[in-house]
Design a protein around this ligand. Structure first.
Ligand code: ZN
Length: 409
């Protein structure tokens, strides 16, 4: 047995309750053995004095893409040979852990090999849930052909991958193929997106029958479907099809929020991705993409308010591209603009753990759970923006009892 002791910490356990002062936490091998006011553990091989800083669960990213390795996301597979793409994806993976993410869900692109590489200790990064290629309709979000092209669609070999499926039989077959290849869940593109060359975020894609076919395949093996949905219509379709996690959801009305709540689906806002593009990358992307980001950002905060009012469980994701992934730790700060600091912390820990279906092992600091732990500089309830500077303010990052970073003296 190997023991590590944290002492003199203020505890945010991820359940949303009051912060608890002067707490000790004992780690045994990979999990939390004990949390209490005073723990005497002279046998601990390492003791971390938190100096009154805050101890909290590792962050979970419920919506990211390892394969979006450049800010301009069209043509990525033409510009990156497979080996280069893999190297860049593993770099993104490591940097996600550097930013405090101990678990993540790749919502389109990463294959089962990335998940296994982490599980086998061959790669450093958050543990992963993956869906393989996202499923899109002809001309849908994920079909990278511009209007003047007549060539058939070809599925990229690696990186951000989509596969085209039209009609119920193709949807059934494609979803089954993804499950065969080891997907943890099925991702469908249910509407346009900010980075889509032909159809914008206001559009909706797929029929109810096609979406139900994907849900059928997923649920038959105990899995679920996540849908890329900006437009209100696509969110209504997703909810009615039995889709479990609705991604982005920026244009969701109050009425639709009530439907989503009634169906028991989660929403996964990704506010940081618009905020960062607006703040930092204006000149690096096409004008039509920039304009879409501005309009969906404001609506995204409204949608979060609608979701809170309706009682929808709200997770959170980053969805950042290229060098903007270096800002990923700040996602929680943007979400706090709508949910408050504690609301955003719960979204990126406990609720995201539920979305990934790993709430039995992580997402909160409780006895018996994995030691996925952050020590952050000061009190994030007073200054949620501290997450924007992970280099300075994430004092310690522990994943499954392993210390990844330690600035505590
Ligand atoms: Zn995405």
């Amino acid at each position: 047995m190997a023991y590590k002791l944290f002492k003199n910490a203020n505890l945010i356990d991820g359940n949303g309750g009051e912060i608890r002062e002067n707490i000790s936490l004992l780690v045994e091998n990979d999990h939390i053995k004990e949390i209490g006011k005073r723990i005497n553990a002279p046998y601990a091989e390492e003791t971390f004095d938190c100096n009154g800083n805050t101890i909290m669960p590792g962050l979970i990213d419920a919506h990211m893409h390892l394969g979006l390795v450049e800010i301009e996301v069209i043509n990525l597979s033409r510009k990156n040979a497979p080996g280069l793409m893999a190297a860049r994806m593993f770099k993104n993976l490591r940097e996600a852990l550097d930013q405090g993410y101990t678990y993540a869900r790749d919502t389109g692109g990463a294959d089962v090999g990335f998940r296994e590489a982490v599980d086998r200790g061959l790669a450093v990064g958050p543990r992963l849930k993956i869906c393989g290629a996202a499923i899109a309709q002809t001309g849908g979000h994920g079909d990278d052909r511009v209007a003047s092209e007549t060539r058939p669609y070809s599925e990229p070999y690696m990186g951000f991958r989509s596969v085209i499926a039209d009609g119920v039989p193709e949807m059934l077959k494609t979803a089954r193929e993804n499950i065969r290849r080891g997907a943890d869940f099925i991702k469908v593109m249910c509407g346009g997106g900010c980075a889509s060359p032909t159809q914008g975020p206001e559009t909706s894609q797929y029929t109810l029958e096609e979406l139900k076919a994907a849900v059928d395949v997923a649920e038959s093996v105990g899995s679920y479907v996540a849908s890329h949905s900006y437009s209100n219509r696509s969110i209504v379709l997703s909810a009615n099809a039995g889709i479990r996690t609705i991604e982005h959801a920026n244009l969701m009305t109050k009425e639709t929020a009530a439907l989503v709540a009634q169906k028991g689906a989660f929403v996964v806002p990704t506010q940081i991705t618009y905020e960062i593009v607006i703040e930092k990358s204006r000149d690096l992307i096409a004008k039509f993409i920039y304009d879409k980001f501005v309009s969906v950002c404001e609506r995204g905060y409204e949608a979060i308010h609608n979701a809170m009012e309706a009682g929808i469980p709200i997770g959170g994701g980053t969805d950042l591209t290229g060098e903007n992934t270096k800002y990923a730790s700040g996602a929680i700060a943007y979400q706090a603009k709508a949910m408050g600091a504690m609301g955003a912390i719960v979204a990126f820990t406990k609720t995201n753990a539920k979305i990934l279906r790993v709430e039995d092992v992580t997402g909160t600091l409780e006895e018996g759970k994995l030691a996925d732990i952050l020590v952050v500089n000061g009190n994030p309830l007073d200054n949620i923006d501290l997450f924007k500077d992970h280099r300075k303010n994430l004092l310690l990052i522990m994943q499954g009892g392993h210390v990844h970073k330690n600035l505590l003296v």
